[in-house]
Design a protein around this ligand. Sequence first.
Ligand code: R5P
Length: 331
Amino acid sequence: MGISILAGPASRDLAKGIADILAGNEHTRLVDVDLRVFPDGESKIRIAEPLDGEDVVVVQSTYPPVDTHTMQLFFMLSKVSKVASRVVAVIPYLGYARQDREFLAGEVVSIETIAGIISSYGIDAIVTFDAHSRLALSYFTIPVHNISAVPLLAEYFKDRLAEEGVDVDDVVSVSPDAGGVERAEAFARILRCNSIALRKSRDRITGSVNIDYDMLNKMKDTLNGKIAIVVDDMISTGSSVVEAARALLGYGCKRVHVTCTHALMLNGALEKIKESGASDVAATNTIPNKVSRIVDVAPLAASALLSILNSSGNEGSSSKSSSSSSSISTY
Ligand code: R5P
């Protein structure tokens, strides 16, 4: 039995990319999803092709409009989980993952709700990329394969800087905050360059971002004359990388590149990044975007799917009561 790749309305191109790669290994078909959006904003999904007894992969990223794309994901999972043999959801960008705890008293832990609904369909696994935190993934009661795209981004920069004849001693990988230190270190290991983490604070009410300049001051010898690459999991409003780029250029870096897995690019983020003096932005295609360099995650998704579908037996719907949760391939 082959694999049917369902192209969710949010991820048609990526689904096609994954199907094209899998077609070389397995009998694979790309299945279109008909979407009708009513004047009140409700989505109606129709999957015209029969999927009974098949292995089905639903590809749907939940980037903005997050609620619409999330509801469309629920609708597709609800439909296919009733008829398919095995179901894997590829959710390249997992929306709501940043609300993984009660930051202010009374806040709803949104990802707990989302994870509960997705897990309730009893699907076999989820594949996602650079989910915001391990805590966010801990709310799922089905296996979650969290793949890091950081090595892909690092390889891209490694090749590019080598072509330019840049000495790696002149490069520094920078996390804009302490939370991303492992990510920046993983990136640096591939480039064989140094790595640092800035200290960032965000006002939980206004959302404004501040960089700790006292700490930067202590690093000024490490930064002077260097090419800095700011590595983050996502760029949303751009405030984090904009403040980081300004600070790094202010402390003597001769060039700043920005890279991330998920380029949400909201509220004019790309323009703000250009204005900050950063040279360019490289991001993956977990979210369709218009950054200058796009790194394709389809090969990573395809190989994760092959390993999931080939390693677990075709146990039909009885396997769907599994409640083990796991996370693989983080950095
Ligand atoms: C925060 O912890 C994340 O890793 C990102 O740095 C953040 O979500 C980016 O958001 P923005 O672009 O709005 O600063």
